[in-house]
Design a binder for this molecule. Structure first.
Ligand SMILES: [Zn+2]
Length: 338
């Protein structure tokens, strides 16, 4: 395996105008992924150089499909892994992003350029932002601050003719015996879609089930602004359960092999977080502080290093801001009805 021949190099040349916070040669490319289910390869996209925080998945077949690109800063690592798997520039048939947050879709413009035959699949509410990312990058800059450039990178546009808007229930063909079925799953974001693999039975859940980093152990909901909606999120979890997946693959991070238990846990955890947030909201208290106090016990035994990762990916402040926005919006809607 060699790093000197990345699929992107033959196209527009390496993209030195982007800020990549680390060099894949320096951190080392983690092999070529790991098979976690029949024809499913987990790729560690190493956000921030951290292992087991951001995952992409390669679904193998005559028309291979990548689920999640990770952030733009992960692109060199991702392309090196796909190259090591023997995937040439003409070989990738599709790329799906579960939603358009930068830790999932930031690399999509670069990956589309590196694989000129790949169709880019996205939720109907996300498509225009991939074609014209200026507004999305602006709002990400407000949310992430300096981390936008030091950690995530940005998002290059995808030519509109490369985009395929994915409706609920639509199938992406990976081969004659393999389809990825789109499951509209708002709640975490209104532009969220999960993918259910007909061959392995694995459901690629993006962030709709929450975040469970293998090194931190605890499943936490992910309820960021501006879209978080509790009832939609719970409904999406029920839709997942109804499909009886054989496993749940989280973007953060990895395959969980007990889907029934995981979905039940996600439902319960989400309701508890929402209850604590709602009580604080009505008492005029700080939601982030209330969540931190209530769920501190989840973090007992988690090392400082892993706490930091969890804080970046799934911080109490981001969850609290999403809860606050959801509660305020709901109150306004309720007031308007009275
Ligand atoms: Zn995410």
């Amino acid at each position: 395996m060699t790093d000197s021949h990345l699929p992107g190099d033959s196209g527009g040349g390496p993209h030195h105008h982007h800020i990549h916070p680390y060099d894949p040669d320096a951190v080392g490319v983690p092999g070529a992924g790991r098979t976690i289910a029949d024809g499913v390869i987990e790729l560690d996209t190493l956000l921030g150089g951290w292992e087991r925080v951001t995952a992409g998945y390669l679904i193998e077949g005559p028309e291979p499909v990548l689920v999640e690109t990770g952030s733009q800063s992960s692109v060199p690592v991702l392309l090196a892994q796909l190259d090591a798997l023997g995937l040439g520039p003409e070989d990738l048939a599709g790329v799906v992003v579960t939603h358009i947050h930068l830790d999932h879709a930031g690399g999509v413009g670069d990956v589309a350029r590196a694989f000129p035959k790949a169709t880019v699949y996205v939720h109907p509410k996300g498509a225009r932002h991939l074609a014209d990312p200026a507004k999305l990058v602006d709002s990400a800059a407000r949310v992430y601050g300096p981390l936008l450039d030091t950690l995530y990178g940005r998002l290059d546009p995808t030519p509109p003719e490369r985009l395929h808007v994915l409706e609920d229930g639509e199938a992406i063909r990976v081969g004659p015996n393999r389809l990825l079925i789109a499951v509209d799953s708002p709640g975490h974001a209104k532009h969220h879609v999960a993918l259910h693999d007909s061959l392995s039975g694995v459901l690629f859940a993006g962030d709709a089930v929450g975040v469970k980093l293998p090194d931190a152990g605890v499943l936490r909901p992910s309820t960021p602004p501006p879209d978080f909606d509790l009832h939609q999120a719970l409904h999406s979890l029920r839709r997942f359960a109804d499909r009886r997946p054989t496993g749940i693959a989280l973007a953060h991070y990895g395959l969980l092999r007990d889907p029934g238990d995981v979905l039940e846990e996600a439902d319960g955890t989400l309701r508890r977080w929402a209850e604590v947030a709602e009580a604080a909201f009505h008492q005029g208290k700080d939601i982030a502080a209330a969540l931190a106090i209530e769920f501190e016990s989840d973090m007992v035994g988690v090392s400082d290093e892993h706490r930091e990762k969890l804080d970046i990916m799934n911080g109490v402040h981001s969850n609290a801001a999403g809860m606050h926005r959801w509660l305020s919006t709901r109150q306004v809607a309720g007031d308007a009805k009275d």
